[in-house]
Design a protein around this ligand. Structure first.
Ligand SMILES: [Zn+2]
Ligand SMILES: [Zn+2]
Length: 159
């Protein structure tokens, strides 16, 4: 009698193992969906600051609706705890041929050089001398700390 009960149990166990294995096989075979990380944004038109997935910048501001929201990058000073905005960045306007399309061909993205500026400065090319200065010459506005090791990127959720 004991054997008759054990057999269905073994079958059930085997089915569970097969189902679990199939689940992992199917999961592996499915194309992985890319989920862009969330980043800080600032609308250059109305000043609204918000957190949203990292997409092509400039993007539409959820407050005023203008397509002038750009990426904001914040750093935290580990000496005094101040979180400050270091720079804003965006892609240059697209050539007229791609107007209206949301998806920019990757090869075009590769060729385009981003624009960067200090929060109150002028837009310059990311790889230009002025552009590189913005990302390399960091200093805390509160305590003046400019030790790069004591200044670190501040993720959007921390503010
Ligand atoms: Zn706005
Ligand atoms: Zn500081």
């Amino acid at each position: 009698m004991a054997n008759q009960k054990q057999i269905p149990l073994a079958v059930a166990g085997l089915i569970v193992i097969i189902v679990v294995a199939l689940f992992f096989v199917i999961k592996q075979a499915m194309p992985k969906r890319y989920r862009p990380p969330k980043v800080d944004w600032t609308c250059e038109a109305c000043g609204h600051q918000f957190i949203a997935p990292s997409v092509t910048s400039p993007t539409e501001c959820p407050k005023c609706g203008k397509k002038e929201a750009v990426r904001s990058t914040y750093y935290e000073c580990e000496k005094c705890g101040t979180v400050f905005e270091v720079y804003r960045s965006k892609m240059p306007p697209l050539p007229a041929s791609t107007e209206g399309s949301e998806d920019i061909p990757p090869e075009m993205m590769m060729e385009m050089e981003g624009l960067i500026k200090k929060p109150d400065g002028e837009w310059v090319k990311e790889m230009s001398e002025e552009g590189r200065k913005i990302t390399s010459e960091l200093a805390c506005p509160e305590c003046g700390n400019n030790d790069r090791k004591a200044l670190k990127y501040s993720p959007p959720t921390k503010k």
